[in-house]
Design a protein around this ligand. Structure first.
Ligand code: NAP
Length: 489
């Protein structure tokens, strides 16, 4: 059985046990058994991390020495490259990634995102000339300078932990901030490696700190409430995002939120490849545990029966080709933990109680192993006002909703608290018109891919505030300062 290296905290340049030596078991989603141990941070450890990050920001040249930090972030990237096998192990054994998913968001695309940040770094604007203006009886020349915001708390989820950790840590470092990374309790190793490799890269003490623990919300809440933390960059559920806004309010914390989604894919009756468009929504990848997955499929009433037959055939064709940790072709493994499995099965029951038709799947699959397996599932005859169409399930459950015409499809897509992602497939001009009317942070037309490290990503409505990745993702970590002086000085 695989045993992962113990996940250690990283505080003020030191790889450390938690104060008092407390640890907790890291549980494999595949087996439900311990697969490693992690330090269980105390409040004192979190306090030490905040103090270190504050000191490094206020008392060193980290925030002003752009060349130094670019060189260190490049060196850090090389160390992550060499650690690819370890990163894959962590994705498989902590996050429950199937082997076929490693070359995608779990490792390969996550590291590609890092490279994209390095590539767009040259385009960050650090100064802007606003020219002269006459006012109060004299003329002033004005410039804007863009400065790092300060100490950043990066609070991240378990679903694609490396990808999200890179999205925050690398951007914040490039901007000149100091960072406290707080990964989810299920995936501490994907955070701990940022500490281990930071030490090897030679970052100044306190610039990067990593803390985690098993006590729900404890470390996160401390970071959110502390006045020494300037910005909280959070990815996770909408419920916790709201709590972070509330708890950050007394210190007027700047918050950046990447939250949940219930994205719609609209397949039009003139989609160039109707069957393929329907099939690409099968929620298989990482057992549907992705914030931007298109978990509502909208198909025209005129082709609903056809779509139903295509999906039935697609899911039956998939059969048992999922859930084997040794099979490099599998894209889907277990869900993350027992609580999540019960939640997903609970939604499957709700869907049946609401009167939707279970076309395929719907069961737990203990025959796959002692971990947390739920089979690929699809509901048809779904109305958009059902809970299974409105609430984020975060599991392998697709819902298929019929629509009358384009206006109806747009209405259904937009009748959601969320607005993270989506897709439209059909004749190009018609699909583009519809894409422009969907209230969401990204839309793929005819399967165009709008998630990449060189372009911004984020949500409308309950899916979040702000943008991660791309130049915008680095600029999220900057403050604007105006400087003016008498013209001609
Ligand atoms: P979660 O329960 O919201 O937790 C996310 C992180 O927040 C964890 O590190 C968690 O650690 C911490 N946390 C919990 N309560 C907190 C509080 N009161 N104050 C500060 N931190 C707190 O989400 P999850 O279950 O890990 O991940 C699934 C969710 O993430 C889904 O809703 C998914 O859509 C969303 N997600 C969104 C994106 C995106 O880019 N929009 C990407 C990936 C995932 P503790 O458990 O220790 O408290």
């Amino acid at each position: 059985m695989t045993t992962l290296p113990e996940a250690k905290l990283f505080i003020d340049g030191q790889l450390r046990d938690a104060a008092g030596g407390r640890t907790y078991d890291v549980i494999s989603p595949w087996t439900g058994e311990p697969v490693g141990k992690a330090a269980d941070a105390t409040a004192g450890d979190v306090e030490a991390a905040i103090a270190a990050a504050r000191r490094a920001f206020d008392e060193t040249d980290w925030s002003t020495n752009r060349e130094k930090r670019l060189a260190l972030v490049r060196k850090y990237r090389e160390l992550f490259e060499a650690a690819r096998p370890r990163l894959a192990e962590l994705a498989i054994h902590e996050a429950g990634a199937a082997m076929g998913a490693i070359d995608k968001a779990h490792v390969a695309l996550a590291l590609q995102g890092w490279d994209d940040y390095l590539e767009v770094f040259d385009r960050v604007q650090w100064e802007k000339d606003y020219g002269n203006k006459f006012g109060y009886g004299y003329e002033s020349h004005r410039i804007a300078v863009y400065e790092p915001v300060g100490v950043v708390a990066a609070i991240t989820p378990w679903n694609v932990p490396l990808y999200v950790n890179i999205g925050k840590v690398v951007a914040a470092l490039l901007a000149g901030c100091t960072v406290i990374l707080k990964p989810a309790p299920d995936t501490p190793g994907a955070g701990a490696i940022f500490g281990e490799l930071a030490r090897e890269a030679g970052f100044p003490d306190g610039v990067i700190n990593v803390v985690f623990g098993q006590n729900p919300a404890e470390a996160g809440e401390m970071l959110v409430k502390d006045p020494r933390v300037d910005l909280v960059s959070f990815t996770g559920s909408t419920a916790v995002g709201k709590r972070i806004m509330e708890q950050g309010a007394p210190t007027l914390k700047r918050v950046f939120l990447e939250l949940g989604g219930k994205s719609a894919k609209i397949v039009l009756d003139d989609a160039p490849n109707f069957a393929m468009d329907v099939l690409t929504t099968m929620l298989i990848f990482h057992a549907g545990q992705g914030c931007a997955v298109q978990s509502r499929l909208l198909v025209p009433e005129s082709r609903y029966e056809e779509a139903r037959a295509i999906l039935k055939q697609g899911y039956e064709g998939l059969g048992d080709n999922w859930g084997d940790p040794a099979n490099p072709a599998h894209l889907m493994g277990p869900v993350i933990n027992k609580r999540q499995m019960e939640r997903v099965l609970g939604y499957i029951q709700i869907g049946q109680d609401e009167g939707a038709t279970l076309l395929y799947g719907g069961r737990a699959r203990p025959d796959k192993g002692s971990g947390y397996f739920v089979e690929p599932t699809v509901f048809v005859d779904v109305r958009n006002d059902m809970r299974i169409a409105q609430e984020e399930i975060f599991g392998p459950v697709l819902v298929v909703i019929p629509y009358k015409d384009d206006e109806d499809a747009i209405r259904i897509a937009n009748e959601s608290a969320y607005g993270l992602s989506g897709g439209v497939s059909g004749s190009f001009d018609r699909a583009m018109k519809i894409a422009r009317r969907i209230r969401t942070g990204s839309v793929g037309v005819n399967n165009g891919m709008c998630i990449a490290g060189d372009i911004p990503f984020g949500g409308y409505k309950a899916s979040g505030i702000g943008r991660e990745w791309g130049v915008e993702g680095i600029e999220e970590f900057l403050e604007t300062k105006m400087i003016a002086y008498p013209a001609g000085a």
